[in-house]
Design a protein around this ligand. Sequence first.
Ligand code: G6P
Length: 475
Amino acid sequence: MVSQQPAHVLVASNRGPVSYAVGDGGALVAKRGGGGLVSGLSAIGPDTDAVWVCAALGEGDREAVRRLDGRLDPADTGGQRVRMIAVPPEVYADAYNHIANSTLWFVHHLLYQTPLEPSFGPEFRARWASYETYNRAFAQALADEAAEGAAVLVQDYHLALVPGMLRALRPDLRIGHFSHTPWAPPDYFRLLPDDIARQLLRGILGADRAGFLTRRWADAFTACCTELLGGTGSTRVGVHGLGADADFLRERAHRPDVADRMEALRTQIGRADTGKPRKTIVRVDRTELSKNIVRGLHAYRLLLTDHPEWRGRVVHIAFAYPSRQDLAVYRDYTAEVRRVADEINTEFGTYGWTPVILHVDDDFARSLAAYRLADVALVNPIRDGMNLVAKEIPVVSDHGCALVLSREAGAYEELGDDALVINPYDISATATALRHALTLPDSERAERSKRLAAAATALPPQRWFLDQLEALRQD
Ligand code: G6P
């Protein structure tokens, strides 16, 4: 029997901890996801009444909501109470694809290619109305599930209006909002129509506390509020960094399926003509415009062009997993990643040496295998809220890795001292940093990697979650 007691802790996010497919014979097949929020929530233990409110993302989820009345079977969720809400598919597509991922994501990651984009007309207004509907559905579900005085942690840009809406429905609640993305500086944020920009800020300011991953993003939010609204009112703006989950990663990375993937990768990587294993430059991302995968490939190509001594001695392992494929711009970017990787392999590849090993199908065990084999980790986003890959690879790598890191990733604030830091637009500088990383003496690489791993694990997801909860209760 699924508990329907009012909850004292609630989390809300677009993507929940489980998604469903309709299998053969019509049975629902649940697939559980991972990530910081799943680990974070585990900190408050299995015996609490905490509820996670999330959206039905696709048809399988919608079917689950119909059959289970939105309250998922704990057997599917690892014991977590999950309330899944379904808005009509076209409302969801407008809210998720167009407003959240094509407008808000683009604003906060500075991704627009002006003068062609953006432009805000009647079509945008209609989609904005869907975003409001979708946010209202979350606010209502949270209001229904919350006990008197409960703490509610609302996640990310999909749900920016929820705190204000929820505050109006339930003034008794303690409400937090947390942004996992960067926040745009005022000049860029003001690309948005003025009324929408204000509505977004007021939505978040409906919370008692607005959380960000770094000081830089928190300051940008405050600057937007000051410029557009004259201040942040009574809302506290806090910084809660999120680190890698070392215990989970180290245990998971030593299971047999990862060992199998390492064997397969070692065969693909091969040996240089000296007989030594080739060096590896590893990157693992969603195929995401802000991750800057194509410039990373161009930098690698430049390294091979200008420093022929590296040909045959290095392999670039690039895992670029599918993301947001409903959007044409993401599909085009995926095609571009493939095209450039193919070009490099055609230009430089020889019998027995494939310069770029590109995988575009998601496989967590294979990602961990690549982490363990990494000599160099390449993390070069144009802009990134934090970037956990930069933190995970040094924790997992078997013999210590050098990190080439964009100064525009939130992780730079914590890892900048021991990484080789780059401007992500500067392909020449990235190529130079890759070469530097490949030639670091073993002892220096190991030392740096050890310090990176220590900094990366200082704030495990469980701490991140509990700190926010604590801060919210004390505000
Ligand atoms: C970023 C966002 C998350 C989101 C994730 C994956 O990390 O901050 O909220 O869940 O990307 O994107 P997706 O659109 O697949 O949920």
